[in-house]
Ligand binder design. Structure first.
Ligand SMILES: Nc1ncnc2c1ncn2[C@@H]1O[C@H](COP(=O)(O)OP(=O)(O)OP(=O)(O)O)[C@@H](O)[C@H]1O
Length: 166
């Protein structure tokens, strides 16, 4: 990795310690998205702290860069009546920023996950952020665009950081 940084034109004139800092920052930024830092591994002590604003910008950019499959957008036209009713209730609230909590339940195979892929796709298509999270159930999943949802998420993860700041 240091070799790659050394070869990059921008960094080629830097000394070894600066290159090392770049390598560590790069690794740290990947780890931060997983809720950890380089220091958690106690291999080498790093004295840098990513600025909150820098981290937030990066996380927002990453979330905004999530690819929206055309099939998920087009699937809106395939929703059955119950899915469409749920979509029409949840979507306006989600994009208005007003906040709300919805619970879509039903027996296995009735199309909950199908709805959960159409909703975030359409929220993201408006340039908004939809974060997919798992609830405390084992296979249950959902998504949130609001704060305060009880879900499985490391407090240090990038998703948690985004939720705290929004
Ligand atoms: N409106 C729809 N049009 C076409 N296919 C659909 C539709 N809704 C669901 N399906 C398909 O039906 C199958 C079951 O749907 P889905 O996985 O969304 O159900 P689920 O309620 O989430 O099930 P589980 O609770 O077991 O996870 C999937 O193959 C899905 O693609």
């Amino acid at each position: 990795m240091a070799h790659d940084f050394r070869r990059s034109q921008e960094l080629s004139k830097m000394g070894e310690s600066e290159i090392l800092q770049h390598v560590l920052r790069d690794i740290n930024s990947t780890l931060e998205s997983l809720g950890m830092t380089v220091n958690d591994y106690r291999v080498i002590e790093c004295d840098f702290d990513t600025e909150d604003s820098e981290r937030l910008t990066r996380e927002i950019m990453a979330e905004r860069g999530v690819a929206i499959p055309d099939s998920d957008l087009h699937a809106l036209h395939e929703l059955n009546l119950e899915q469409r009713i749920a979509f029409d209730k949840i979507f306006p609230v989600a994009v208005s920023g007003g906040g709300g909590a919805f619970f879509a339940d039903g027996p296995g195979g009735t199309g909950k996950s199908f709805l959960y892929k159409v909703l975030p796709a359409h929220i993201r298509s408006l340039g908004k952020i939809a974060i997919i999270v798992a609830t405390s159930g084992i296979v249950a999943s959902g998504f949130t665009v609001v704060k305060g949802v009880r879900c499985q998420m490391s407090v240090q993860s990038s998703e948690a950081h985004l939720l705290r700041c929004y």
